[in-house]
Design a protein around this ligand. Structure first.
Ligand code: ATP
Ligand code: MG
Length: 258
């Protein structure tokens, strides 16, 4: 069943009297429980599309439906969990207390999705931070803090997670490790994830679908279904099908540069 439906969506920004067409005629239908990546050149509108889906930005034309709700209604019902580039952790709260924050907020708001709550400690263990539950954010490296952000999003009870380049500040090896941890959590919890990345291998490894976008005005060039089996974490490094997908997406991205 489609949980995110985007129809004929367009968005322009005006700055100092100049109009920028950020998104043109975007159509997208995403099923519940799928992992979807948005990939495309810088400035093609990935963050804008993610923000419109999450109700943080409004479109000029077109329609977005989140399980029959508008993005703002969905936001008010605590449907979304956001994972930005740097996690917003409160320095005076321990890691486990930071993990519990969304549930605390939801309880006060009487959220509809509270019953999906997961066990915070188990999720922290899944991202390799089982020994840091009582540490404070300043005692953790940037990569470790980012893992808290991911675990917290899965613990929040929100059924749709919106992630905007959550690994962009990390080195290559840490990034690979964390994407494996994200995959193993996702394989267990199967939330709907919309994930923005510039990294083709990461997109293929994580996704059921990769949405390839072209440069300004942002349009969808192609939606590639990734038919790789799960668990992906057990996948061989040099699986030829994996490499075929990587080449296919690289070619689609290059086409637009030529
Ligand atoms: N609030 C804003 N005001 C004016 N222009 C904006 C605003 N937000 C985005 N834009 C413009 O819209 C276009 C798309 O921006 P967006 O941030 O969505 O791109 P992106 O694909 O996420 O890029 P990157 O990969 O660099 O993060 C860009 O040209 C950007 O300058
Ligand atoms: Mg962006």
């Amino acid at each position: 069943m489609s949980v995110i439906l985007v129809e004929s969506l367009s968005k322009r920004f005006s700055r100092k009297g100049q109009w920028t067409e950020a998104l043109r005629n975007i159509n997208l239908e995403l099923d519940s429980g799928t992992f979807v990546s948005l990939i495309g050149p810088s400035g093609c509108g990935k963050s804008t599309l993610l923000r419109i889906i999450g109700g943080l930005e409004t479109a000029d034309a077109g329609k977005v439906s989140i399980g029959g709700m508008t993005p703002l209604e969905a936001q008010a019902s605590k449907v979304f969990g956001f994972v930005p580039q740097a996690p917003a952790l409160f320095p005076w709260r321990t890691i486990i207390e930071n993990m519990q924050l969304p549930q605390e907020v939801n309880r006060k708001g009487g959220a509809a999705y509270e019953s999906n709550r997961e066990d915070e400690t188990e999720l922290l263990r899944a991202v390799g931070l089982g020994d840091f539950t009582n540490a404070y954010p300043k005692e953790l490296s940037g990569g470790m803090q980012q893992r808290v952000g991911i675990a917290r999003a899965f613990a929040s009870g929100a059924p749709i997670l919106l992630m905007d380049e959550p690994f962009s500040a990390l080195d290559e090896i840490t990034r690979e490790k964390i994407s494996h941890q994200l995959m193993s959590i996702w394989e267990k919890h199967q939330k709907t994830v919309v994930f923005v990345t510039h990294n083709i291998r990461e997109a293929v490894f994580l996704s059921d679908k990769v949405v390839v976008m072209s440069s300004r005005p942002g349009r969808i060039t192609e939606i590639v279904d990734i038919n790789l089996p799960h668990p992906r974490t057990k996948m061989e490094e040099n699986d030829p099908i994996f490499h075929d997908y990587v080449h296919q997406i690289r070619a689609l991205l290059q086409e637009r540069w030529d």
